[in-house]
Design a protein around this ligand. Sequence first.
Ligand code: NAD
Length: 260
Amino acid sequence: MLKGKSALVTGSTSGIGLGIARALAAQGCNVMLNGLGDPLQIEKNRISLENEFGIAARYHGADMSCPEEITSLLEATATVFGGVDVLVNSAGIQHTAPVETFPPERWDTIIAINLSSSFHTIHGVVPYMRSKQWGRIINIASVHGLVASVNKAAYVSAKHGLVGLTKVVGLETAGSGITCNAICPGWTRTELIEPQIIARAKALGVEIEEGGRNLLAEKQPSQQFVSIEQLGQLAVFLCSTAAEQITGTALPIDGGWTAQ
Ligand code: NAD
């Protein structure tokens, strides 16, 4: 479905971003990977995308908290692939603490990575998408773009901001062949939430798996984690012609979390 097109997936060295990169590659899309991590593992992931799906995959290690590095990521993608047809903003971090003890420097970093980086990538790719009269922008927000939880001031603020940015870009590009949507996952088992599972297990004095079940029981009525594959397939659907009138939305995929 996406043969000949190119995707930039930020934060795709692990978790949801890597899963979406794989799902897009499976549709024939070339992929620019980005994120932090072990260079050997990243190279292994890159090569396996090329071998499994017969597409071209590249990697750029831009720190998404830094606008200059984002510019260089966009330039590198344009040089290799001509431009970005599918932009997936998935880079993100978490820090949990009550607002009165929340470290201000963590606030700044979370806003930079989880919110501002998406402005910079969108700002950079929309002119190319307009020239092609086609584009897909998928922002990985969160249920925390729609509702709040305690101890997540920066994360919830950034994700609500990202949902707002999604609406504005959806409106500004409406009818141009470009769509911009936010995916709002509930609990998904990745490195990002592992510290929260461990902390919960420790607080309850139980095994890690029980800590995970306890987190789910509190918020996610299905009592099941969202899978990375399900998120990959939702992203693929948003790239399809069936989804061309879906824009400016925030789509929960959360086992019922935000229905409560
Ligand atoms: P993850 O930790 O596996 O992935 C985060 C990715 O972001 C990694 O590739 C990491 O290297 C990258 N990253 C972090 N800081 C970066 C930086 N400064 N520059 C470039 N890349 C950076 O976690 P995940 O759960 O896959 O998170 C992906 C997105 O999904 C995040 O935006 C997160 O907020 C969102 N999300 C996750 C969940 C969940 O339950 N896991 C739920 C809702 C939303």
